[in-house]
Design a protein around this ligand. Structure first.
Ligand code: SF4
Length: 263
């Protein structure tokens, strides 16, 4: 099977630095057709992607992982996006409820090792279950988020899901994001107005103080060493140059070798 590596994407990533998020979304749909979906956890960046899909418009499903222990405001935000933007939001679930998992394994999220297992079971595994349906996933990572995301590429290889990750918002800084949300009155999770700079499961997310790092509210009970869940591969190991197995035809389309499509 032909392989596409992160190194193969260097030139395309360089070219794409000048493209708008909307242009990158249109490229995604043109290249991957029905085999691309967006991911959203119902936070500001993901909701901005949702608004762009609605307003361009681009027909693309949105995958939402409901861990079973999310805040009601997050589920209500999903429901508003479906009702008001007309999006095809597909909710994915873990194999077990949190109660069933706790009976079998105990309360995992109280230790660093347990948190990794819990996030694996409740966040990553549901995506594994639909992996065969997609060659690309649109995420909403931004370099302004800092930390491991400070050098996030626009196109990134995801070996676990054997797909391309597309990050149209990497160059959207905080001011641009806030301006877009204000100008378009984007539906946002009301928890942001209650001090939650990022939003995950209700077991592991707290508001942050004004002088705290943005992700200080995630897994606060575990200390500052645990700030990502692992659902985004570039958060965990941004230095690698991995590769995925996909068809030669798709590699050619991604790299623009057999198409005159230009954005
Ligand atoms: S954020 Fe916490 S509750 Fe949610 S999946 Fe990860 S460890 Fe489990």
């Amino acid at each position: 099977m032909p392989r596409l590596s992160q190194a193969d994407l260097i030139e395309l990533n360089r070219t794409f630095e000048d493209r708008s998020p909307q242009e990158l979304l249109e490229w995604s749909r043109t290249i991957f057709g029905d085999r691309v979906a967006a991911l959203s956890s119902m936070q500001k960046s993901g909701n901005t992607i949702c608004h762009m899909l609605h307003s361009i418009p681009i027909k693309m499903p949105v995958l939402f992982v409901d861990t079973g222990v999310l805040f009601p405001e997050t589920l209500e935000t999903r429901d508003r996006l479906i009702a008001e933007y007309g999006l095809d939001i597909q909710t994915l679930h873990p194999a077990q409820t949190m109660a069933e998992q706790t009976v079998e394994k105990g309360v995992l999220y109280l230790t660093p090792e347990g948190q990794k297992e819990c996030c694996e079971l409740r966040k990553s595994a549901p995506l594994d279950a639909v992996q065969q349906n997609y060659d690309a996933l649109v995420s909403s990572l931004r370099r302004s988020d800092g930390g491991a995301r400070g050098a996030c590429p626009i196109l990134a290889i995801d070996t676990r899901l054997n797909c391309l990750r597309i990050n149209p918002l990497v160059n959207f800084d905080d001011d641009q994001l806030a301006a877009y949300i204000a100008e378009h009155n984007v539906i946002t999770n009301p928890l942001h107005d209650q001090g939650f700079s990022t939003i995950g499961c209700n077991r592991c997310t707290t508001p942050v103080l004004p002088n705290e790092p943005r992700r200080a509210g995630r897994w606060r009970h575990l200390g500052p060493w645990s700030v990502y869940c692992g659902i985004n591969p570039t958060d965990m190991d941004p230095e690698r140059s991995p590769a995925i197995d996909i068809s030669q035809d798709l590699i050619d389309r991604i790299l623009g070798r057999e198409t005159d499509f230009m954005i």
